[in-house]
Design a protein around this ligand. Structure first.
Ligand SMILES: [Zn+2]
Length: 400
């Protein structure tokens, strides 16, 4: 999750062109392969979008207009079978009052996911085990796993992990963009030099329950300790290689190798490929985009014109689809094809020029084919590796 609004190129073509030029560029044979694969993304921040007034998950939206990247029609068009829908909670004060407020926000977001699946139960189904994914996809429905981004709302009560487990959550990361009671963030000044004592207990409880430990957003030291302490392979649900862009959210090659050696996986992100525009102006535009459904025609046109004008001055990102692929291929080169997947941070800051929303996902399959990867390799990248890790996590919990 990262605040953002509008990719540069996307906004320049605005209303005149449909949002998604990508799929028609994919050869029919690659498109067919993509349709036949189980395609899962490990970081869908879409639950935040569900809370917008007037926004419907079963309607086709335009990225250029409202900034959203995932809905049912676009999942179907992009061959996205599902993934982890994220319960994200922003950082707040490290005290009981802050914890209580955050807990309520996280529970409301969890309820939004429950409502979404209930409202479209003919199209969506909850998954809580690795084996659920293929079964649900084969039944023609989309797969809804759930994860927690930022364990801050758990407060000091690790019993809350079990509450979320019972709601179906099967993956969690200890921290987001600021240090909290569990761990240091990749984007804050070290407080614990990795995990706090409570953070160490958090790892043990995650293992015991059978939840995947997600090290995205953790500091390098916290990553090292998560890897060392976890009895099961860990995941980076939406991260990238530092070799592509030197940002604290990305990982160096040595750590990526350590992750692979421990059986873990990196789900490659589509942000932190270049420096993004995170200006106040960008943030204000995003606030207006979030209200898109409630705007009248004149306000919508004004908003799109303002986005185009700001993008001409300062684009959100200059990252292209080719740069995203360079990042993915670098991760595969360093870690091996058994240790890489996709977590593009949709609805949370992801998207590049040429892959603005999930309708463009067949392009990844086509590009992997062009790079010489076999169908079996591509199947691992889209879900096989993730489900292997998930089974290991399930097996450990069933034996403890
Ligand atoms: Zn994130």
């Amino acid at each position: 999750m990262l605040r953002r609004a509008g990719l540069a190129l996307a906004a320049l073509v605005l209303v005149a062109a449909p949002a998604m030029p990508a799929p028609e560029k994919v050869a029919p044979s690659n498109r067919l392969l993509h349709e036949q694969l189980l395609v899962l993304d490990t970081h869908l921040d879409t639950p935040a979008v569900l809370e917008r007034e007037g926004w419907r998950f079963d309607e086709h939206h335009h990225y250029d207009w409202d900034g959203s990247q995932v809905d049912l029609p676009r999942m179907e068009a992009g061959g996205l079978d599902g993934g982890f829908f994220v319960i994200y909670t922003a950082h707040g004060p490290i005290d009981e009052k802050g914890f209580a407020a955050a807990r309520d926000i996280a529970l409301v977001r969890a309820a939004a996911i429950q409502k979404m699946v209930a409202a479209y139960s003919d199209k969506l189904a909850f998954a809580t085990r690795a084996d659920d994914a293929a079964r649900i996809a084969a039944s023609g429905k989309r797969v809804v796993f759930q994860s927690i981004e930022n364990s801050y709302p758990l407060g000091n009560d690790l019993g809350m992990l079990k509450t979320f487990y019972r709601l179906g959550v099967r993956m969690a990361g200890p921290v987001h963009s600021r240090n909290n009671q569990f761990a240091d963030s990749a984007t804050d000044t070290p407080k614990w030099n990795g995990l706090s004592p409570l953070g160490r207990e958090w790892v043990a409880e995650m293992n015991r329950l059978g939840m995947i430990v997600d090290a995205s957003h953790s500091s390098d030291a916290a990553f090292d300790q998560l890897l060392e302490l976890s009895k099961t392979p860990i995941i980076l649900s939406h991260s990238g290689p530092k070799a592509i862009f030197n940002h604290p959210r990305n990982l160096d090659d040595a750590r990526m190798r350590k992750l692979a050696a421990a059986g873990g996986i990196m789900q490659v992100n589509s942000i932190y490929l270049v420096q993004h525009d995170n200006s106040d102006e960008r943030s204000a535009l995003q606030d207006r985009q979030e209200k898109f459904e409630t705007l009248g025609a004149a306000d919508r046109r004004k908003l799109l014109a303002d986005i185009a004008a700001w993008n001409a001055k300062r684009p959100y990102t200059s990252a292209t689809f080719d740069l995203f692929m360079a990042s993915l291929l670098h991760a595969i080169k360093v870690m091996g094809v058994d240790h890489v997947g996709i977590g593009a941070d949709w609805d949370g800051g992801g998207g590049v020029i040429g892959m603005e929303d999930v309708e463009a996902l067949p392009k990844i399959t086509a590009a992997l084919r062009s790079a010489g990867y076999s169908e079996a390799d591509i199947a691992k990248i889209w879900s096989g590796n993730l489900l292997r890790v998930m089974r290991k996590v399930e097996d450990f919990a069933s034996k403890t």
